[in-house]
Write a protein that binds this ligand. Structure first.
Ligand code: ZN
Length: 498
């Protein structure tokens, strides 16, 4: 049992308890952990040795909520608008892209965020018509819950089913209308594969070794097509619209292997705060209305029950307090207990009593600390919700203190665990703040737990997969600048992928 690889002279943070200096890997797994001298003794002439020179090692990060095809397409096919610092800059990029692609060809942009712009308003149809009158153009907001299309694009695409979600006047589409629109523009399989390969490279460079992906249905095909060469561990979560198809074929949560497996069924209970359609108990501060629930309670209950009965873990997207209440009621009505590990995604604006109910029902809070970029004085959440509600948004500390299992992900806004950990540690309000150690655990072991995988990953222990990340600095000694720490190496199953 000589190891394939040994790592020596490390500052290994195991997450499961304590630190170690060295470890040994054989057949993708960690077979020994301890002091240098102990581990050195296991090696023979076929063992590769790596001297870490005191560098910090963590378990590979598990991003518990991401959409990797979108990340990749932004690098390959789509126009990335996430860095635009004003509306004019975003429109200028659209103008250039339209020119480069030629008259009549599609321009699809992603990632615009009006809260970053001095104008503080959404892109409209007129804006896009002005800069690209000859091209169909569609630009998706950073949260994916909203899209602006120009006149040419609205002529080309049929949106039939969701009149309430279409503002023709301004070219603004929301929720299901967005998915219906984009469904008609899906790139071919080869493009999806190319996008995923780019996104996987990016994930490696950020220290991510596992993801819980929430793909559109054609992305399942792309992931499957990459299966044999896959260098990322992927849990695919099934959109509720596809549940019948999957259950008919006998699929359920857990099907697959250490590389590619089926996770939960995903149900949307509401929209987002940025798009102004997260469902709130009290009205928005900057617009009329309280947002919108996607389903009547009885229908949500029915969907949750159906997924649960058919052997699927359930994940419900719920951002506003009213949507969280609806999700909790549906999970309770379905008789779901802690064993089922149901998840509420985002869980941004819970009331204290809702956090207690999470604990009681054993539901996992799957949250995204990088959303804190929109919290604090003068930021988007304060504008939308008012100061009082902004000060109780994303309450990671309260969630942990109440004993609720908390898993972290990125929702690709943007992806990057160190960035998320940084924001959780340096959050604007006390109830949002975690210690570095707590935030790391949420992004590793707890995220693994949220996909029933805490026995095989999420910490550095003998018997677990050798998914590891080597950092330039110890985050526990650099709490105020975690986001500046560099990922130096990433290992998946003991193989160096970055
Ligand atoms: Zn998402």
């Amino acid at each position: 049992m000589h190891p394939d690889l040994i790592l020596l002279n490390g500052n290994i943070i195991t997450v499961s308890g304590g630190r170690a200096e060295a470890l040994a890997v054989k057949d993708q797994k960690i077979i020994a952990l301890g002091r240098n001298a102990q581990i050195k003794k296991l090696a023979n002439e076929n063992t590769k040795t790596l001297d870490l020179k005191g560098k910090t090692v963590l378990p590979g990060f598990v991003d518990a909520h991401t959409h990797l095809v979108g990340v990749g397409l932004k690098k390959t096919l789509y126009l990335d608008l996430s860095e635009a610092r004003s509306l004019d800059e975003a429109l200028e990029r659209v103008r250039e892209a339209a020119k480069a692609r030629g008259k009549g060809n599609w321009v699809i942009g992603q990632g615009w965020d009006e809260s970053r712009w001095p104008q503080k308003r959404y892109v409209t149809k007129r804006d896009l018509d002005r800069v690209a009158p000859q091209n169909p153009v569609a630009v998706v907001r950073v949260d994916g819950h909203m899209l602006t299309a120009n006149s040419k694009a609205l002529e080309a695409i049929k949106i039939s089913a969701y009149p309430a979600e279409v503002d023709k006047e301004n070219g603004l589409l929301r929720e299901q209308a967005v998915s219906q629109f984009l469904q008609q523009l899906r790139p071919p399989l080869d493009e999806l594969k190319r996008a995923l390969n780019e996104a996987i490279k990016m994930a490696h460079s950020l220290g991510i070794t596992s993801i819980h992906d929430i793909p559109s249905i054609d992305a399942f095909k792309a992931w499957q097509a990459l299966r044999d060469e896959l260098k990322l561990r992927v849990t695919l979560n099934v959109p509720i619209e596809q549940l019948d198809k999957f259950t008919e074929l006998g699929f359920r949560t857990g099907f697959g292997d250490d590389w590619l497996k089926l996770g939960a069924v995903k149900i949307f209970s509401d929209g987002s705060i940025g798009a102004g359609n997260a469902a709130l108990f009290e009205p928005y501060a900057d617009r009329p209305g309280r947002g919108k629930l996607n389903y009547e309670q009885a229908r949500l209950n029915e969907l949750v029950q159906k997924a649960h009965k058919n052997g699927f873990q359930v994940m419900i997207h719920a951002i506003g307090d009213r949507a969280i209440q609806a999700a909790l009621e549906a999970l309770k009505a379905a008789g779901i207990d802690a064993e089922a590990r149901a998840r509420i995604e985002h869980f941004e604006l819970p009331t204290p009593s809702q956090i207690e109910q999470m604990k009681k029902l054993g539901i996992i809070a799957s949250m995204q600390p990088n959303f804190l970029q929109w919290s604090g004085p003068g930021q988007l959440y304060e504008t939308r919700l008012g100061t009082k509600r902004d000060a109780r948004i994303d309450p990671h500390r309260h969630v942990l203190e109440k004993g609720v299992k908390l898993a972290f992900g990125s929702d690709c806004m943007p992806i990057g665990p160190l960035y998320g950990i940084h924001l959780a540690v340096n959050a604007p309000y006390e109830i949002q703040k975690l210690s570095v150690e707590e935030a790391i655990r949420c992004y590793t072991l707890n995220a693994a737990f949220a996909a029933f995988e805490e026995k095989s990953k999420g910490s550095i222990e003998v018997g677990k997969l050798a998914d590891l990340v080597v950092l330039s600095e110890d985050p526990q000694r650099a709490a105020d600048r975690v986001k500046d720490i560099k990922v130096e190496m990433t290992f998946i199953g003991g193989e160096r992928v970055f």
